[in-house]
Design a protein around this ligand. Structure first.
Ligand SMILES: Cc1cc2nc3c(=O)[nH]c(=O)nc-3n(C[C@H](O)[C@H](O)[C@H](O)COP(=O)(O)OP(=O)(O)OC[C@H]3O[C@@H](n4cnc5c(N)ncnc54)[C@H](O)[C@@H]3O)c2cc1C
Length: 380
C-alpha cells in the first residue's frame, strides 16, 4: 500500500494549486457576489487542459488518472466552490456520459469539444417531482420516424443555461419504470423547443448557473441516443458513482480552504494579549479539522483506486462523498467559529466556504440516500 503521490500527480497538483492561488482565489469573492459564469477562467482552464482531465488525449482530454483528476478538482474547488461545480458537472457528468456510453462518432463530435473546453457540458436528470426518486421523471422522448420528440422539463441543472451539450434523460417507455428511461445528447443551439426557463438564486455555489429547462416538442435525431433505449437509468447511476468521487474532491477543497484561512487567522488575531492559536480549544479545533480532511482524502483516493482498477466502487464512492461532504460543512462551520464575529460577515471568505460546502450534502445523492446505498451494499 502506497499513500504517496507519483511525480506526475505532484506536478498536476502543484500546477492547479498555483492556478487556484493566482487566478481563481483573487476572483472568488467577485464570482460569489455577481453570480456570473466565469467564462474567462473556464477558457484559461481549457488552455491548461483542466476541462477534460480524465479523458484520453485522442478525444481532446488530458489523459490523467482519476487520482490526478480528483486532486485537480480539489484544488479548483479550494479556489472557488462554484467553479468546482462547473468543472465537475462538465467533466464527471456530461463528459463521462459521452465517454462511457457514446459511440465513436458521438465521442468525436461532442466529447472532444467538451474536453478542449470549446463547449460546456451539463447533465439533465433531476425534475421538479423527481430528485432522489429518479424513475418518477415525467420527461418523455417519443419516437417519430428517425427522430425523437422530447417534452417535459428539468430542474437544478448545473451549467444548464450556458451549456452547448446537455446529456438528457427521458422516458422512451413511460410504462416500464426505471427500465423505460433512455439517455440522449441535446444541443441547445440546434434543437428547437429547448428553453431555459431561468436560474436559481442559491445560498452558495455562485458562478455555476443552476437552470430550469423546458422541452416543447423538441425534435432530436435518432443518432443522439446514447447506447440503447431503456439503459438511461443504469447510465445515470454509473455516472453518478464516478461523480461522487469528484464531489468528495470539491468537499475536500472547500474544507482545506476553510482550514488554511482559520490557521492564518488564529495566528494573527490576538485576544487576552496572545494569538488565539495559543488557546488549546482553538488548537484542538484546528487538529480536528485537519484530521477530518485527511480521513476524507483517504476515502476519496480509496474510491478512485477501485475505480481505476475496474473494481466495483459503489460503496466506496458513496462513503467518500458522504463523509467528505459532512466534513466540508463541519470544517467550514469551525472556520467561522475561529473567526468569531468576523467569520459571520463578508469581510472574510469563511462564510462563503460554509454556504458552498452545504451543497455537497445535497447534490449527486443526498446524505440520506447515500446512507441507504451504503447500507444496501452492506446488507446484500
Ligand atoms: C445547486 C444544485 C445543483 C444541482 N445540479 C444538478 C445537475 O447538474 N443535474 C441534475 O440532474 N441534478 C442536479 N441537482 C439536483 C440534485 O441532485 C437533487 O436536488 C438531489 O438529488 C435531491 O433531490 P430533491 O432536491 O428533489 O430532494 P428530495 O429527493 O425531494 O429529498 C428531500 C429530502 O428527503 C430525503 N429523501 C428522499 N428520498 C429518501 C429516501 N429514499 N430515504 C431517505 N431520505 C430520503 C432527502 O435526503 C432529502 O433530505 C442539483 C441540485 C442543486 C441544489
Amino acid at each position: 500500500m502506497d499513500f504517496s503521490l507519483s511525480a506526475e500527480q505532484k506536478q498536476i497538483r502543484d500546477m492547479v494549486a498555483e492556478f487556484a492561488d493566482e487566478e481563481i482565489k483573487p476572483r472568488a469573492d467577485e464570482i460569489d457576489e455577481t453570480d456570473e459564469f466565469p467564462q474567462d477562467l473556464v477558457d484559461e482552464m481549457a488552455d491548461l487542459g483542466l476541462m477534460g482531465m480524465p479523458f484520453p488525449e485522442e478525444y481532446g482530454g488530458a489523459g490523467l488518472d482519476y487520482h490526478s483528476y480528483a486532486i485537480g478538482l480539489e484544488e479548483i474547488s479550494r479556489g472557488s466552490g462554484g467553479l468546482g461545480t462547473v468543472v465537475a458537472a462538465h467533466t464527471s457528468l456530461a463528459g463521462n456520459m459521452l465517454y462511457e456510453f457514446g459511440d465513436e462518432d458521438q465521442k468525436q463530435e461532442y466529447l472532444t469539444p467538451l474536453n478542449r473546453g470549446e463547449d460546456v457540458g451539463a447533465f439533465a436528470l433531476s425534475e421538479a417531482g423527481a430528485g432522489s426518486d429518479v424513475p418518477a421523471m415525467d420527461t418523455t422522448a417519443e419516437r417519430d420516424g428517425d427522430e425523437y420528440v422530447v417534452n417535459g422539463g428539468k430542474l437544478w441543472i448545473s451549467n444548464g443555461s450556458v451549456a452547448d451539450t446537455v446529456t438528457l434523460f427521458a422516458k422512451t417507455d413511460p410504462e416500464a419504470g426505471s427500465k423505460g428511461i433512455s439517455s440522449f445528447v441535446v444541443r441547445p443551439e440546434e434543437d428547437d423547443g429547448f428553453h431555459v426557463e431561468g436560474t436559481e438564486d442559491k445560498l452558495g455555489d455562485k458562478g455555476c448557473p443552476t437552470a430550469e429547462l423546458r422541452f416543447d416538442d423538441m425534435r432530436i435525431p435518432e443518432d443522439r441516443l446514447l447506447g440503447e433505449e431503456g439503459r438511461g437509468f443504469v447510465h445515470a447511476l454509473k455516472t453518478l458513482n464516478g461523480g461522487r468521487i469528484t464531489i468528495a474532491a470539491r468537499s475536500i477543497g472547500l474544507a482545506r480552504a476553510a482550514l488554511e484561512d482559520a490557521l492564518e487567522y488564529s495566528q494573527d488575531r490576538e485576544q487576552f494579549d496572545q494569538p488565539i492559536s495559543e488557546f488549546q480549544t482553538i488548537q484542538h479545533k484546528l487538529a480536528d479539522m485537519d484530521t477530518k480532511v485527511q480521513a476524507a482524502k483517504m476515502l476519496m483516493h480509496r474510491a478512485a483506486d477501485r475505480k481505476m482498477r475496474g473494481e466495483d466502487y459503489i460503496k466506496q464512492a458513496a462513503q467518500a462523498k458522504l463523509y467528505a461532504s459532512e466534513v466540508s460543512r463541519e470544517v467550514a462551520n469551525e472556520g467561522i467559529q475561529i473567526h468569531g464575529g468576523y467569520g459571520y460577515t463578508k469581510d472574510f471568505p469563511a462564510e462563503r466556504y460554509y454556504r458552498d460546502a452545504k451543497l455537497n450534502e445535497i447534490y449527486e445523492g443526498t446524505s440520506e440516500v447515500l446512507r441507504n446505498t451504503i447500507a444496501n451494499e452492506l446488507l446484500e
